[in-house]
Design a protein around this ligand. Structure first.
Ligand SMILES: N[C@@H](CCC(=O)N[C@@H](CSS)C(=O)NCC(=O)O)C(=O)O
Ligand code: FE2
Length: 295
């Protein structure tokens, strides 16, 4: 754990806070409840938007002093995450996409952040990363990816490495199986895990290209992700159904692939019959050089 975590005192009493807004004429309502303890010192905020009778809910960790944003790129259904120390303004971005570089850098600038590391959870096959271009636009920014990805970067990550930003950090857990170089990045207080394509919400990354191996993925998820606290929030690199966040407990109980035996899991993965990602032939060579192939 990074040093700030050991200084957080356990919360003895939870304060229930409910805020509600609504518009009867336009048919929507919004409620935010701060009511669950994710781990000592860290509450969660549950936000629910009801539009025309349908509910949309998201949960986020409220680690003291941590700024957190989940961003979405619609063409590849990729989530990019921005995390920052509210005091020092040092920030880390996870899995930024080339198409949304202007949006992401505008947000960084608007919030007055100093982006110090741009990290990819793995060498993506479906979209081109913006880390290379970001480095050109933000001198001093460092790129990071697993040593086992085969990709070039300023920082090659290994199991247990810590990416520090201000008083916070992300801890690297190697979770190969979708690719050799897949990593899961866990917040220092274990309230959040950024699982890349290793674990998706009610799914997981495919294992039929880029060194994919179903038995390895099964072991990675069971040994490195399902061993995290039950309330730890799961933030994946993609979602194709509009889901935004899950928890370790939920996936341990409800993931239709990873609740099966290893043999059944391998059989499921060998029979997905998914079409190849449309951009795989340009994305992989580009992502091996921070997205700058042919530039
Ligand atoms: N249609 C998309 C690609 C969809 C896809 O293959 N997604 C990957 C993650 S990106 S490497 C995956 O592992 N999916 C697992 C699943 O069960 O859907 C495109 O053409 O880009
Ligand atoms: Fe992937």
């Amino acid at each position: 754990m990074c040093s700030v975590i050991s200084r957080i005192k356990p919360v003895r009493r939870l304060v229930a806070l409910e805020r509600s807004l609504s518009s009867k004429t336009e048919g929507w309502s919004y409620a935010a409840t701060q009511n669950r303890l994710l781990c000592p010192g860290v509450n969660s905020l549950v936000e629910t938007l009801r539009v025309n009778g349908r509910s949309y809910s998201t949960t986020m960790a409220m680690t003291p002093g941590l700024l957190f944003r989940q961003l979405f790129e619609k063409e590849s259904s990729t989530y990019t995450y921005l995390l920052a120390d509210k005091d020092t303004k040092e920030a880390v971005i996870i899995d930024p996409v080339l198409e949304t570089i202007d949006r992401d850098l505008k947000l960084v600038q608007e919030l007055g952040l100093k982006l110090i590391v741009a990290v990819n959870t793995h060498c993506h096959a479906d979209h081109i990363t913006s880390t290379g271009l970001m480095k050109k636009r933000l001198p001093g920014l460092k790129s990071a990816i697993s040593k086992f990805s085969g990709a070039s970067a300023d920082i090659h990550l290994l199991e247990g490495d810590k990416i520090a930003f201000g008083r916070h950090c992300l801890v690297v857990r190697e979770t190969p199986g979708h690719t050799d170089g897949c990593t899961t990045l866990v917040s220092g207080d274990e309230s959040m895990a950024f699982t890349g394509d290793a674990l998706l919400i009610r799914g997981c990354g495919r294992t039929d290209f880029q060194q994919g191996c179903a038995t390895r993925l099964y072991d990675s998820v069971h040994q490195k992700i399902f061993t995290l606290p039950e309330e730890c929030l799961i933030y994946p690199a993609h979602d194709y159904l509009g889901q935004m966040v899950s928890t370790v407990g939920e996936e341990r109980k409800l993931n239709p692939r990873l609740t099966k035996s290893k043999e059944e899991f391998v059989d499921i993965m060998n029979n997905l019959n998914l079409p190849k990602p449309a951009k795989i032939d340009v994305s992989v060579p580009a992502n091996l050089v921070c997205g700058l192939h042919g530039v």
